[in-house]
Design a protein around this ligand. Structure first.
Ligand SMILES: *Cc1c(COP(=O)(O)O)cnc(C)c1O
Length: 365
């Protein structure tokens, strides 16, 4: 616990009275399930990302599953995905019966390595799933040059940009997650976006199970209007959320810059959404324990890498990230008092890392 005995949680949703009003209004309207609010949420997010359309779902994992189905992927198809990411990606790939081909991340940073992806390319590779980890855009131009459909996973990156374009505006398919503590929330929820009418129609069709004369395998992946009302209200505040996240990030960087740690790097042609503020330390487990003991809840941002689930070896950069990456609390609802406490404690505890060998120099971009 910190000096005043309170815990600063690693993440927390940001809900204001407008959000509550929006949901309450739907609850009294008689239309709770998928309806007009869902349609508007799809339109508004598609507009923001410059996409033809969106298909809202009950989770990001569902959106990814529908995306793989809409691309017609299944048994015998290979799909590239990074090891250092959310295990939801592996689940979706396996759910359609495709073969996961796990790729290491870049030597510096946390995103899928385009060079490694090229090395693993075969005729059977039919898609690449690209999460923009922690809010930083992956190397999209290079990945696009591989000539395979790209699925941008914007679960952590809504509001980030890549070479002047919003992340999520580039891949054949984009998926988003609106889990409680993502960039914007609907409690649980997700969306698939695309410019292809065929993909949008297939995904919309597969989201629901009823009203067909045949009964091939289907499921129910629909979002409710209560969730979409919250999503619309949150979307209005996305610019303010981003401003707050970026302001906090630059203050953290200012306060921590002379410590023996690696700070988050931002490539010159990207705008980081700062979903997470991830520092590199010698031993993230040890430093995390110390910060937790002092009331700052820090986490390894990836619980277990994908290659470990598959019992594969040879992912040195993912292993490096697992050993060194530590996510410290950064979200719009942090109070100024919490920020002050957090930076004070972090500066003290991270200074103690000096008695340990310094990490490779900070990232060069
Ligand atoms: C959260 C997350 C998902 C899964 O989204 P859910 O809404 O929890 O199903 C997928 N990919 C990434 C990178 C995530 O952070």
């Amino acid at each position: 616990m910190s000096s005043n005995g309170t815990l600063i949680p690693h993440s927390r949703p940001t809900i204001d009275p407008d959000d509550i009003r929006a949901v309450t209004e739907v609850m009294g309207s008689g239309q709770l399930a998928q309806g007009e609010k869902v349609r508007r949420f799809e339109e508004d997010l598609a507009f923001l990302l410059g996409r033809r359309g969106g298909v809202a779902t009950n989770s990001g994992t569902s959106a990814l599953h529908l995306g793989l189905l809409a691309l017609g992927l299944g048994a015998g198809d290979e799909i590239l995905l990074p090891s250092y990411t959310c295990v939801a990606l592996l689940h979706a790939v396996r759910y359609v019966g495709a073969i996961p081909r796990v790729v290491d991340i870049e030597p510096e940073g946390y995103n899928l390595c385009a060079h490694e992806s090229r090395r693993l390319l075969t005729r059977r590779v039919k898609a690449i799933i690209i999460p923009h980890m922690f809010g930083m855009a992956a190397d999209l131009d290079h990945l696009a040059s591989l000539g395979v459909p790209l699925i941008e996973d914007c679960a952590q990156a809504l509001g980030g940009t890549y070479r002047g374009r919003p992340v999520g505006s580039i891949g054949t398919i984009t998926i988003c997650s609106f889990y409680a503590t993502k960039m914007i929330t609907t409690g649980e929820g997700g969306m698939l976006l695309s410019d292809s009418n065929v993909i949008l129609q297939r995904a919309r069709d597969l989201r629901d199970y009823d009203g067909r004369t045949t009964c091939e395998t289907r499921f129910n992946y629909k979002m409710t209007d209560m969730q979409a009302a919250l999503g619309l209200s949150q979307l209005n505040r996305l610019p303010a959320f981003l401003e707050r996240r970026r302001d906090l990030a630059s203050r953290y960087t200012g306060a921590l810059r002379n410590l023996p740690i690696t700070l988050p790097a931002v490539k010159p042609d990207t705008a980081h959404a700062f979903y997470r503020y991830v520092i590199g330390v010698d031993d993230s487990a040890r430093v995390g324990r110390r910060l937790n003991q002092r009331g700052i809840q820090c986490k390894a941002p990836v619980f277990r890498p994908v290659h470990a689930y598959l019992e594969q070896e040879g992912f040195p950069h993912t292993e490096r990230a697992m050993r060194t990456a530590l996510s410290i609390p950064l979200y719009p609802s942090l109070t100024e008092e919490e920020v002050g406490t957090l930076l004070g404690v972090a500066a003290e505890e991270l200074q103690r890392e000096e008695d340990h060998p310094r990490l490779a120099s900070s990232l060069r971009f």
